[in-house]
Design a binder for this molecule. Sequence first.
Ligand code: SF4
Length: 282
Amino acid sequence: MHVFLNINITLYINTCCMLLPCYDVVMSASYLPVIAVSRCLLGDKVRYDGSHEFNEYISNYIADAFKIIPFCPECLAGMPVPRPPIRLVEKEDGAVAAITQNKSRIDIADSLETTARYFIQKHRSLGGIIFKSKSPSCGVRTTKLFNSQGEILTYSATGLFAQTISARLPHLPIEDDACLKDKKRFLDLLIRISAYSELLNRSRQHHESQFCPPQCYNKIINRYFHDMNINKDIGGNNHFIMETYAAYLMPALSHALLRHESMLEQLLPETYNKLINLIEKL
Ligand code: SF4
């Protein structure tokens, strides 16, 4: 594991120092990064045929370090278990339908999209999501998409629930369980989820209290807290500012922090402390 954490590349360190904050705020002891997980991966028998897709990896590695929110988009959309399977079908106008594979052939695309919007409104502390792969609701670039003649157009479409969340929260880290097979990709996801959660948590603390902004050593984080103070005074959209900052932070995390352990420890100490045990196990 440490092999890929120890590669020293000056260029990306400099990039990180420009982009990332030096946190000096003490986190609350009860804080846990929040991760939503498809219920069937947790062993719940909610699949269309009444089965589950229990994933031991999630239970072993994630349960202790994260607060888990189980969800099943199709159950949330009011579908029973068992139920007819669903297929993603591209319509003539290019829109994608989610058609039940029974005689009635109902399109539940609207229900899945509404459910997704409600889900992110309800779970505002969400740091990321692990979806079930290949599902017309949950898959992330692993789902089949058909045309109206029943031919497969692609094997790498995204389920409609996942698609709606991704469109609304473009920086929220999401993957499906296909990523669990690749340790590097899995760890990358956990780091991004922890960092996003940490950012949300700090954003909320800052919004709710009057403490001084943290000591910062780069222009972006200074600007972020400066904007946040201004917006607090005028009642601005704190979440929008957080998202703007995340637009800088999340790409930097995917490409740089994985490669340098001390950089991760310095810049995101809370994330580092929570993940170091997982890193040892992997
Ligand atoms: S893949 Fe998604 S929609 Fe299907 S059973 Fe699992 S959680 Fe539910």
